[in-house]
Design a protein around this ligand. Structure first.
Ligand SMILES: Nc1ncnc2c1ncn2[C@@H]1O[C@H](COP(=O)(O)OP(=O)(O)O)[C@@H](O)[C@H]1O
Ligand SMILES: [Mg+2]
Length: 247
């Protein structure tokens, strides 16, 4: 059942400001239709890896290919290649405020559609569809800055879903959410997965990974991949998890 390789990172190493290590020789493939959990303790490099997969951080060493094309600063400088890539991969940041910057939720949702060059009718349709799906129709006219974290989270997910990307990257999706919003989000991710969307979910929550993913990779505190698991539950090797500071 594994599908085509959509994203392929090979030997990625990254240091912020040439000094602070974040990834060391990390290779990972993401296949069509799978849900991959990216496990690791705080600081292991999960967010950095997601940003690389989203074309927001570029590594000094290693290569990253998406949909059969190289992705780097030079290739993304091409407007058409950039638009093609960004319409197919969407990242939901850990902090929803990082992707909400308009005066209203509605404008934030429209923004993604405009980036794709969609016309007004299609934009209106997508915003209504996504707002309905996320239960935020009553928030469309509200200022994102004045919403609760749970409401902001829904809106931030909406800004990505309106673009209907094939690959969805979620950074610590349930972090800091209350139990009801967490349950809602787990339900949403389950539905997205069932609908065939390709998911990469960064988390340090083993239970969440087991519930939402087919397979897992574990980043260690040395920023290397320390384990691959066919299923997150197969991560029974307590030593690996202890060494990775996950249990
Ligand atoms: N913008 C940045 N500048 C400098 N160091 C950073 C930056 N972002 C992350 N780091 C460092 O890179 C390492 C990996 O961070 P990150 O990818 O955020 O890990 P995780 O998401 O697993 O907590 C950490 O040591 C962190 O301090
Ligand atoms: Mg992180």
């Amino acid at each position: 059942m594994p599908g085509d390789i959509l994203l392929s990172a090979d030997g990625l190493s990254h240091r912020y400001l040439d000094r602070y290590p974040a990834l060391d020789s990390v290779s990972v493939e993401v296949r069509e239709g799978e849900s991959l959990a990216l496990l690791g303790a705080n600081g292991s490099g999960k967010s950095t890896l997601l940003k690389v997969l989203a074309g927001l951080v570029f590594c000094r060493a290693g290569s990253f290919e998406a949909f059969g094309e190289q992705v780097n600063e030079e290739t993304l400088a091409d407007h058409a290649a950039n638009a093609r890539f960004r319409s197919r991969v969407g990242l939901v940041f850990q902090d929803p405020a990082a992707q909400l910057f308009s005066a209203s939720v509605s404008e934030d949702l429209q923004f993604g559609c405009r980036q794709l060059g969609l016309d007004r009718t299609e934009t209106t349709r997508r915003v209504a569809d996504v707002a309905g799906m996320l239960g935020i129709v009553d928030l469309l006219d509200r200022s994102p800055a004045h919403l609760s974290l749970g409401q902001q989270k829904r809106a931030a997910i909406g800004t990505v879903l309106v673009m209907s990307p094939q690959v969805l990257l979620f950074d610590e999706p349930t972090a800091a959410l209350d139990p009801r919003t967490t349950a809602w989000l787990v339900g949403l991710l389950t539905r997205l997965r069932a609908s065939g969307r390709t998911l990469v979910i960064a988390t340090h929550d083993l239970g969440l990974a087991a519930e939402l993913s087919d397979r897992a990779i574990v980043l260690g505190e040395d920023h290397r991949v320390v384990a691959h698991a066919a299923t997150p539950l197969a991560l029974a090797d307590q030593r690996v998890l202890t060494a990775a500071n996950l249990i």
